[in-house]
Design a protein around this ligand. Structure first.
Ligand code: N2P
Length: 361
């Protein structure tokens, strides 16, 4: 009798969402995990995962700041992480629960410490660049063999953008992520807080506005793959996912990605645990699971973003690990700048400017 009572109690506990350590609620970027990662984690740990996605740091931040999101693990980008850490919304990580921490590249984690002192609250999940994705044939048809496909000129110079208007240009829908590459393209410090320079960047975007089909941060994957658009200011891996989907569909669409020669932003997406996470132990278990070389290699192989676990390289397909626009060689890395951080005053100015750009569309 006693045994039966206990058994019933155990079942009830396990089935109650949000309690115990048998559940994990993850909120991650869309198209950012291998097909079987969650399945493998559930099989290995018995933890039941709910997996939701977003395509914008701003959306993630709004959810986190509202509180009680119910999420145990989130993946903000470095610059957003910084102010969120300052706002006290993350749990300090318990490294004793993450033995695979030792697999992380110390130099990359040191770079990430710029955003989270002492790497106390977050671990690099994937990293990447913001650059130019394009349809090789459509661009060649309109701009010839001399098309500036190695530069943001393709999108930000009105002379070229105008000629691509008919086949479609897409731009990321994030003021924070777009402004830095645009400032850098214009020859300014990408981290400037000078209102005049921010105004100049907004005006540059307005010049090409008539040629931009839309601002969106994930739609361009499908549209590039289907030939619905021909150029995008987008994130490295996402453009490669588009190329891969086109190849799978065998639809004759060839997509390429360039890190612009004038340089661009290098960002880190970081795994962190909200302070009010219902299942922090399960979140630690997931971080530790992901930091295994073979598991994180599977993710890189699927999403075409590099990771920060050097021992994973031997499990990554040669076409990815040897691609200089995915794993950039030192001279290309030297030309990148880290994502910066905006002072609140600059943030307000930028929000006004961005609203102006977006509503002018
Ligand atoms: C994943 C996009 C993540 C990159 N699809 C943005 N940091």
């Amino acid at each position: 009798m006693k045994a039966r009572v206990f058994a019933t109690f155990a079942v009830v506990t396990a089935a109650t969402p949000g309690f115990g350590q048998d559940r994990l609620n993850i909120y991650n970027w869309s198209d950012y995990i291998a097909e079987d990662t969650i399945e493998k984690f559930e099989a290995e740990t018995g933890i039941d995962v709910t997996y939701d996605v977003y395509d914008s740091n701003e959306v993630l931040e709004a959810k986190l700041l509202a509180g009680s999101s119910g999420y145990d693990l989130v993946v903000p980008t470095s610059d957003f992480l910084r102010r969120q850490v300052q706002g006290g919304i993350y749990l300090p990580l318990d490294r004793s629960k993450i033995p695979n921490w030792d697999n992380l590249d110390p130099a990359m984690m040191e770079a990430a410490a710029t955003y989270d002192e002492g790497n106390e609250h977050a671990v690099i999940y994937m990293w990447g660049t913001t650059g130019v994705g394009y349809n090789v044939d459509m661009v060649r048809e309109r701009l010839g063999d001399d098309a500036p496909t190695d530069s943001f000129d393709l999108i930000l110079n009105p002379e070229y953008a105008e000629k691509l208007a008919d086949c479609g240009i897409a731009i990321l829908d994030s003021q924070a992520e777009v402004i830095e590459p645009v400032l850098n393209y214009l020859g300014h410090d990408p981290h400037t807080q000078d209102p005049d320079l921010l105004e100049e960047a907004a005006a540059a975007l307005e010049t090409i506005l008539p040629y931009v089909r839309y601002f969106h941060s994930s739609q361009y994957i499908t549209d590039l793959a289907n030939g619905e658009i021909c150029a995008a200011m987008g994130w490295s891996g996402d453009v490669f996912i588009a190329a891969d989907r086109a190849a799978e569909a065998d639809n004759g669409v060839e997509i390429a990605y360039t890190i612009p020669k004038e340089g661009t932003v290098q960002w880190f997406d970081m795994m962190a645990i909200p302070a009010d996470a219902p299942n922090p132990d399960a979140a630690h278990a997931f971080i530790n699971f992901v930091l295994q070389p073979e598991i994180i290699a599977d993710i890189t192989n699927y999403v075409y973003y590099p990771n920060a676990v050097p021992a994973s390289k031997e499990f990554i397909e040669a076409e990815i690990v040897d691609d200089p626009s995915i794993y950039p060689p030192q001279e290309v890395l030297d030309n990148l700048f880290p994502s910066g951080f905006l002072e609140p005053r600059t943030e307000r100015i930028l929000t006004r400017l961005w609203t102006r750009v977006r509503t002018g569309q």
